[in-house]
Write a protein of this length. Structure first.
Length: 333
């Protein structure tokens, strides 16, 4: 059996294993808290067979938060897989490229002026897509590739972080506290009003990424010239995929704030587990959902309740250092 023929079963197995682990972690999270519920009772409650108290706690209080966490992880992982495939580099995540910072800065401006939650969400989406368009504009007709893309993104992130710092100096104490909590990334108080819009975006975007863009991205990883020779519309694919990736990441930020590093870690883990070419979207998304739910569980059981972004930031920072060391040893940086 060749590596190519063995990659698909391995990818399928990895995706199924990550999905099962994600569902198990979600059940565990739904059952933990001030009123603990056994996993078996959680499952029965989800199927309408629990007590009245269990149904209220699981379905009304905890389920919206867990569903939001899963959807945010799925969206961030999908965006990260897309950008890493476009850049052909494991460092090419929305966090590094400035997409997340664009969403965060735009939303921060709304928080500082006392805008509503709806206005915050719309600003986050507009900010993320706006940065993607700006990066594409900077790239010119030939576009940006590889480390040039990453360097431009790092520059954009630095500028946007400076703007965010300036905005924080202009807000009052209450607004700044709200802004800092949002910028850290948190699932506290998240309900169906955050989960359902993100679910709607993913229902449309994920099939497009997997079925329409996925095959082309696999060809694009071999180089633009080879992909063009195989009949792939390189420029159109690159622009369209970038915008869809930016959209799902910005919508995730609108739902929970810019939860850092999930978009970096999940596709990297999927790539190493599957050993398959291409963006590995389905395994990446399952791993992304697992990471956010597990990080939220850790944040709630750390002795002092923490925003989930603190946990993902710590884990992601350590992973980034390890990744840089590994890439340097391999001679790729």
């Amino acid at each position: 059996m060749t590596a190519a023929t063995g990659a698909r079963p391995r990818s399928l197995l990895a995706g199924v294993a990550a999905l099962v682990a994600m569902l198990a972690m979600a059940v565990l999270t739904l059952g933990t808290g001030d009123y603990p519920i056994a996993p078996g009772d959680v499952i029965r409650t989800l199927f309408g067979q629990g007590t009245t108290a269990q149904a209220f706690i699981v379905n009304e209080l905890r389920l919206p938060r867990v569903v939001t966490a899963v959807l945010v992880g799925v969206a961030l992982a999908a965006g990260g897989a897309v950008f890493q495939s476009l850049v052909r580099n494991p460092l090419g995540s929305p966090d590094v490229l400035g997409i997340t910072s664009g969403a965060g800065t735009a939303a921060l401006a709304v928080v500082i002026v006392g805008g509503s939650s709806t206005q915050l969400s719309l600003a986050a989406v507009a900010g993320g897509i706006g940065v993607a368009l700006l990066i594409q504009l900077i790239g010119g007709r030939r576009g940006l590739h590889g480390y040039r893309f990453i360097l431009v993104g790092i520059g954009m992130t630095a500028i946007l972080n400076g703007i965010s710092g300036y905005l924080l100096t202009k807000g009052v104490q209450m607004e700044n506290a709200r802004a800092m909590l949002w910028l850290t990334g948190s699932f506290d108080g998240r309900g169906w009003e955050e989960a359902l819009p993100l679910l709607g975006v993913l229902i449309v975007a994920i099939p497009v990424l997997v079925l329409v863009c996925g095959p082309g991205l696999r060809m694009l990883e071999m180089g633009d010239d080879i992909a063009a020779g195989l009949g792939i519309p390189v420029k159109r694919l690159r622009t369209g995929t970038m915008l869809i990736g930016a959209l799902v990441v910005a919508c995730a930020a609108a739902a929970a704030g810019p939860v850092q590093f999930v978009a970096l870690i999940a596709p990297n883990i999927a790539k190493r587990v599957t050993r398959a070419p291409g963006p590995n979207l389905l395994p990446s998304m399952a791993i992304g959902g697992l990471l956010t739910v597990a990080a939220d569980w850790l944040a709630q059981h750390s002795g002092y309740p923490l925003p989930v972004g603190v946990v993902t930031g710590a884990l992601g920072g350590a992973y980034l250092i390890w990744l840089l060391v590994t890439e340097r040893k391999a001679g790729r940086i």
